[in-house]
Design a protein around this ligand. Sequence first.
Ligand code: SAM
Ligand code: SF4
Length: 332
Amino acid sequence: MNQLFDKHGRTINYLRLAITDRCNLRCQYCMPEIGNKFVERKQLLTFKEMYRITRVLSELGVNKVRLTGGEPFVRHDFMNFLEMLSFNENLEEINITTNGVLLPKYLPEIEKLNKIKSINLSLDTLKANRFKEITRQDSFVKVMESLDYLKSSKKIQLKLNFVVQSGVNTDEIIDFIELTKNENIAVRFIEEMPFNGVGQKDFNQLWDFKTIIAHIQQHYSVIEALSSVKSSTSINYKIPTYKGTFGIIPAFTRTFCNDCNRIRITSTGMFKNCLFDEGVFSVRDFLRNGANDDDLKDLFIKTVHHKPENGFVAEANRKVSLISESMSNIGG
Ligand code: SAM
Ligand code: SF4
């Protein structure tokens, strides 16, 4: 029975947990090439702490977890944690967001874990040179290996996260939709947000939802709108004869808050009611100061109750402006 409700009538059943703030890529839209501030290891939640937090939340009604970061696979022993987590009988789904660089060697093992239903592979281009420009690393071949493996997986649903970057990769939007022609892939075009670790760039140039859909409509005579589950962050479509689907995530213009069912825990254990808040309390410190599971439950129930109505309210309540944060520190 779910016990996590907010005062706006929303039920929370979905946790996004950041495994680490570190990453093996340096995507332009996420962090600077050098100088991103990573925390000391002891400030990160341990896997034991993550397990306990997830266990307690799952007893309050959370049944879906997304593991993200930073890059989850760069943390030593992530696979063991994944296995441990999948024994939690309250969880129905465990999904992962990854850049795919370290993924190939783990995929056969991951396919054996029943609760891993889908992997979101972040890929903003199909061109090796452009990949290097965007990510500042030369790992394209490894990511393509992950893509090929996941395309043929009968077990794992492949979702591709494509951050739409004005002046960088908008000419590939149609190429990505064409990937859905013969494969059951869900491509998701994400509005770029200003969380790049260095500060605001010119968001007048932003390719927002309207620009993206108008661009797609110019290329296809019929686009079918799909009905999505209530809490979906993407507005979904398909080209009628194509096997897969595509969606647009209005991450920056924030039109999906009404049905939000999510909370986040950062890699340092900050509890976030909203992507745009600055962290409501440190679960890590609470645990390390001796809180028991009932204390934790109490705190989660009370905190979720105050979940802000939407991302704009959350942003307005911040003490420090968020534009200089990196998505890898926030936990994407
Ligand atoms: N490293 C993993 C990856 O890239 O898939 C997981 C963490 S990453 C922060 C999670 C997602 O956030 C990725 O799909 C990434 O493309 C997206 N992301 C990062 N910075 C973003 C930004 N400034 N605007 C929109 N999406 C962003
Ligand atoms: Fe790393 Fe993901 Fe950020 Fe790219 S988007 S730098 S892969 S955390």
